[in-house]
Design a protein around this ligand. Structure first.
Ligand code: FPP
Length: 236
């Protein structure tokens, strides 16, 4: 494949609609959605993508019915526990971004265990956004910045500021994929996606898989990324 993005971020949308279309309860859509995460990780590793980020739970998702919130929290916790050994054996770096302090304690513990046991790995990076929202991230960053006695606010640059974001150790996403036909970012990595390429597909997340993921990567490879500059070939 021609041009492989370094960092791909995915908005996994359409679990509920997939379930409804199949006459199943919403949680079945989420359950199947979790198995798609595994497929995307495998495909990413295979083609040499180094960073993959999944939007698993937005700060706004807390206003869903309690039973759905609990189901999603348990699903993530089980996923992290189930794959902990494999993630460590494969030397994969794990991170979670978002306001993690509001998550159930057992989930926080599972995250903490995975994060700390993979902190020295750099081969392949998985990040899961949980209770994440870009606007909250900015407010949190401002609080941390103002509490930092070493910062002179007058000398602030983007490079300094981004050190206070949840994503401080991650490169910006090159490609953001959203499933289910919605064409918006929904408060996901808004600052980090300043120059990201966006890919939208009508496929619901539970039906998304390696084949369509590779199509998105191919589509990305055909795009011209100028990052605000002029392409040399057109610059006569
Ligand atoms: C959006 O579909 C999906 C979610 C809110 C949850 C996604 C979470 C998982 C797949 C859990 C596993 C993830 C990891 C990384 C372990 P929706 O419910 O908004 O669908 P709808 O718009 O059709 O109702």
């Amino acid at each position: 494949m021609s041009c492989i993005p370094r960092h791909v971020a995915l908005i996994m949308d359409g679990n509920g609609r997939w379930a409804q279309a199949h006459g199943l309860p919403r949680h079945e859509g989420h359950r199947r959605g979790a198995s798609v995460v595994k497929k995307i990780l495998r495909a990413s590793e295979k083609i040499g993508i180094k960073y993959v980020t999944f939007f698993a739970f937005s700060s706004e998702n807390f206003s869903r019915p309690k039973s759905e919130v609990t189901f999603l929290m348990n699903l993530c916790e089980k996923f992290f526990k189930k794959y902990r050994k494999t993630i460590c054996e494969k030397e994969i770096r794990f991170r979670a971004i978002g306001n993690l302090s509001q998550l159930p304690l057992t989930l926080q513990l599972a995250i903490e265990e995975l994060t700390s046991s993979t902190v020295c790995f750099d081969r392949f990076h998985i990040t899961v956004a949980l209770n994440y929202g870009s606007r909250n991230e900015v407010v949190h960053a401002m609080e941390s910045l103002l509490n930092d006695k070493d910062v002179n606010i007058r000398d602030l640059t983007w490079k300094n500021f981004e050190q206070y974001l949840y994503t401080k150790d991650l490169p910006d996403p090159d490609l953001i994929i959203r499933t289910s036909g919605e064409q918006r970012l929904s408060n996901f990595l808004l600052l980090q996606s300043a120059y990201a390429e966006l890919y939208f597909t009508k496929t619901y997340w539970p039906d998304f898989g390696e084949k369509e993921f590779l199509l998105a990567i191919e589509d990305y490879g055909a795009r011209e990324r100028r990052m605000g500059k002029i392409n040399d070939k057109t610059n006569n």
